[in-house]
Design a protein around this ligand. Structure first.
Ligand code: NAD
Length: 526
């Protein structure tokens, strides 16, 4: 039985609401412990056969899934756009499009990446030993997701988990249950065997039940705060976790950049998805010589952004923030900055859940907007003088998700990248790498543990089994077995010197000793 850690009244239903319009999109179960356990049991049962399907068969399912998404891409983007209150264009390019490539990549490459591997075992090979490693699925993967990319984040993890032979139980965010259920419906539509992908809708408590329900690994994506809580709960059963957490991503702009291109990139990197991306540019450091000119440009361009929501996919650039709670955080950061003497250079008007994108100057590391994750359309800009100063400012964070370096001098950018304590460093780009399935995604410091995507992400979905074969095991005894004898002791010393002495003379003497004693030693047994 799961002991509830919080005694709170939980509503039986979750309401999915378009944050841009207030339209109610549907009601979904706020699932309890029994419902979560039942989903996990179904997934466990299904894994018994799914885990033994050949890779090609799993790949066929994934490609069917991909084709269903491709054919229905606009309807899928529509559900996401409404549930997040952002444009359908944004939903399409960020949440659905990358998944098609991801499906192709893992359908084609999983078998190759997970193939059995022989391990070179040095001296042991001379005494008839052989080792290899093979990979096997965990079993049931519990996936707990945020609302900011309610399709691409969980679906990416589900596809990789399935290709590796696991089944999954997904707990979508309480803000986006409709998208979560849509994921299940897509799998039902292609007639994926029951239990292979289960979805449990609900709030944080439902998530907690999933962590406790006996899943074999947890993939959590969300805030660092919740991540730490989940790690504590998971530690009770030593359930392994992958944590994809928050960020405060810096963009470093050198004086040799193309100002026009780089200012466009700054704005896109900061305000895309209403600034609600873990890898959003959350602070910009600009070299002093171009600081004023660069800031003028981003202010001018930010003022041109159209903030609003409509059914026309391209009518607005920046949509709503997801919730009152998120809005409060954004307001808190803006107020803190104002109180400490910052200058608001653009935006800041707030109407219902819409925040006109904000550019803030006259700030430094003491401001919340520079040191804490804002997760909204708020961009602080600061000057720097030297390369070393830029690196020091960028690294001054508890987070380490992504950073970007902007310059025409690629050698300099590579040199700086080596000193940035971030899991991803982009040179002359930002935001994009979560959409590239071949490369690892994750964070260092308090931005996360482990990886999703890439070969590294696939390896997180499997356990390693080492197979060791003693080819002489049925013919002779190992010389270190019982009983311990003086001959065996001397044999061990000779062997040590034969292998490790740097002197040829000592090696030869040891070898002669071994040859002399081996017969005797091999006859000494219980
Ligand atoms: P959140 O931590 O509030 O919630 C994430 C998920 O955890 C939700 O499904 C929620 O219901 C569930 N949850 C809450 N409490 C729980 C508990 N005690 N046990 C189990 N599950 C629980 O995060 P959010 O507001 O949905 O998302 C925003 C955060 O996610 C930001 O910090 C952002 O940086 C981060 N994020 C990180 C990545 C990444 O890849 N690193 C990607 C997207 C978002």
């Amino acid at each position: 039985m799961i002991a509830r850690t919080e005694v709170v009244e939980r509503p039986p239903l979750l309401r999915s609401v378009n944050p841009a319009t207030g339209e109610v999109l549907g009601e979904f179960k706020n699932m309890n412990e029994t419902e979560v356990l039942s989903a996990v049991m179904k997934a466990k049962q299904a894994q018994k056969s799914w885990g033994f399907l050949p890779f090609e068969e799993r790949a066929e399912w994934i490609l069917k899934f991909k084709e269903f998404i491709r054919k229905n891409i606009e309807n899928i983007a529509d559900v996401i756009s409404k549930e997040k209150g952002v444009s359908k264009f944004e939903a399409l390019i960020s949440d659905v499009f990358p998944i098609l490539d991801l499906c192709s990549f893992y359908a084609k490459n999983t078998e190759k990446i997970l193939k059995k591997e022989k391990v070179k075992i040095g001296i042991w090979e001379f005494i008839g030993r052989e080792s290899y490693i093979e990979y096997f699925p965990y079993g049931v993967i519990g996936i707990i997701s945020p609302w900011n990319f309610p399709f691409s984040i969980p679906v990416g993890q589900i596809v990789i988990a399935l290709m590796a032979g696991n089944t999954c139980v997904l707990k979508p965010s309480e803000f986006t249950p409709k998208t979560g259920i849509m994921i299940k419906e897509i799998f039902d539509n292609i007639r994926l065997p029951q239990g292979v992908v289960e979805v449990v809708t609900g709030d944080g408590y439902t998530g907690e039940c999933l962590v406790k329900a006996g899943v074999d690994k947890i993939f959590f994506t969300g805030s660092t705060f919740t991540g730490k809580r989940i790690i504590k709960i998971a530690s009770e059963k030593l359930t392994p976790v992958v944590m994809e957490l928050g960020g405060k991503d810096p963009m470093i702009v050198f004086e040799d950049v193309d100002l026009d291109i780089t200012s466009d990139a700054a704005i896109f990197g900061s305000f895309f998805n209403t600034g609600q991306v873990c890898a959003s540019v959350e602070r910009i450091y600009v070299q002093r010589k171009i600081f004023n000119e660069f800031v003028d440009l981003i202010v001018e361009k930010t003022k041109k952004l159209r903030c609003g929501y409509s059914a026309v996919p391209w009518e607005y650039d920046v949509g709503a923030v997801i919730s009152e709670k998120q809005l409060l955080k954004i307001k808190e950061h803006i107020e803190d900055a104002k109180e400490k003497g910052a200058k608001i250079l653009a935006g800041g008007k707030i109407k219902s859940l819409f925040v006109e994108p904000v550019i803030i100057a006259n700030v430094d590391g003491r401001f919340k907007v520079v040191s804490e994750e804002t997760f909204g359309p708020v961009l602080p800009v600061m000057p720097f003088d030297t390369e070393d100063e830029a690196i020091q400012l960028a690294n001054d964070s508890i987070y380490g998700l992504t950073a970007s370096v902007w310059t025409r001098n690629i050698q300099r950018a590579k040199r700086i990248a080596q000193k940035l304590v971030y899991a991803t460093v982009m040179i002359n780009d930002n935001l994009i790498t979560h959409a590239i399935p071949q490369v690892p995604w994750g964070g260092v410091k308090q931005s996360g543990i482990g990886r999703t995507h890439g070969k590294e992400g696939l390896l997180e979905m499997v356990q390693i089994r080492h197979i060791h074969i003693n080819k002489m095991g049925q013919k002779i005894r190992s010389p270190w077995w019982y009983p311990f004898t003086p001959e065996k002791y001397r044999f061990a010393l000779s062997l040590t010197n034969l292998i490790h002495s740097p002197y040829l003379k000592e090696k030869i003497e040891s070898l002669l000793n071994i040859i002399k004693n081996i017969g005797k030693v091999s006859k000494q047994h219980l």
